[in-house]
Design a protein around this ligand. Sequence first.
Ligand SMILES: NC(=O)c1ccc[n+]([C@@H]2O[C@H](COP(=O)([O-])OP(=O)(O)OC[C@H]3O[C@@H](n4cnc5c(N)ncnc54)[C@H](O)[C@@H]3O)[C@@H](O)[C@H]2O)c1
Length: 350
Amino acid sequence: MPYRILTLNNISSRGLARLPRERYEVGSDFVDPDAILVRSADMHSTPIASSVRAVGRAGAGVNNIPVAPLSARGIPVFNTPGANANAVKELVLAGLLLAARNLGPAWLFARSLDGDDAAIDDAVEQGKKKFVGFELPGRTLGVVGLGAVGVEVANSALALGMKVLGYDPQLTVRRAWQLSSSVEQALSLEDLFARSDAITVHVPLNDQTSKLVNAARLALMKNDATILNFARAAIVDETAVVAALDGGRLHAYVCDFPTRALKDHPQVVTLPHLAPPPARRRRIAPSWSRSRCATSSRTATSKTASTTRKRCCRGCPAPRVSPSPTATCRTWWGRSPPVSPRTASTSPTF
Ligand SMILES: NC(=O)c1ccc[n+]([C@@H]2O[C@H](COP(=O)([O-])OP(=O)(O)OC[C@H]3O[C@@H](n4cnc5c(N)ncnc54)[C@H](O)[C@@H]3O)[C@@H](O)[C@H]2O)c1
């Protein structure tokens, strides 16, 4: 009998094609599924049937999934870290430039110009000084979290001529190999906040990272600094950021999470959660081989990827969702050849 896979969100048909029909039945209304595939649906308040033996998250963060209760039930949770690392990196770089050169207000100003071309030229000459901003080379970017996204952002910021400080107490050997040796290690979050002109956060949302950017840390920053948040809204204390902007201590806040308090603020750029890559990229077939077990990888983050992978398969009570008689996690790991870190960035996001 085929394994029943319950989808809680739309999953790319190219991704689902990796579940052959003779072995898997995929649907959105099973009451007793063997496994669940989810993107952003909040599973915290969803009853999870006793038949479920694995949960796969088509995305990086797992904060929409009750990982601890599932772990207690012996149900592993798999995610796809790095699947949209390139897309997020591009937005962070765009956000840095938007903030540094005041491009949002400058564009609005240009659109508001009226009259003939001579009048527009005059108005441009009069108005442009307000938007000059600053250039990036020589400025310091602080990167909190040096995982799939953070490493790409850090290396790209160096290429723009910025100095880069990084902070990640659980940096893996794999990411350390990918990270440019020019990235300087911050000794603590406080050290990073005190020395950065702009800070970008790339950490999962959990009890330790909720409101990681808060009033106390904002107070340590240089005047006219910028905060970028393309991770999760709750990592930044929105009230503290608005107070710092209004108090003239912060230059700009750029994020992927519009709210009532943020969307019209003159020093805030909010984007409509654009990090998932455009459809052209999404058409590339996904690779579940890059998934990792969110349950057990938490205890293996200082190991290399291959160690994590082995430990993940051995250590977690993964179900035999796959008919393969070999490793328990083969359903998720073994369906396609490993993807290199470079090609990983072109993989799709769900
Ligand atoms: N906006 C989007 O569409 C979008 C897209 C991708 C990822 N994300 C978010 O960004 C986060 C990062 O994505 P990723 O693919 O780089 O994940 P990742 O798992 O590869 O990297 C996360 C890194 O954060 C580090 N970390 C954890 N807690 C930390 C702490 N308290 N201080 C410093 N470092 C800490 C980890 O050691 C790890 O290296 C995800 O968890 C997700 O929430 C958002």
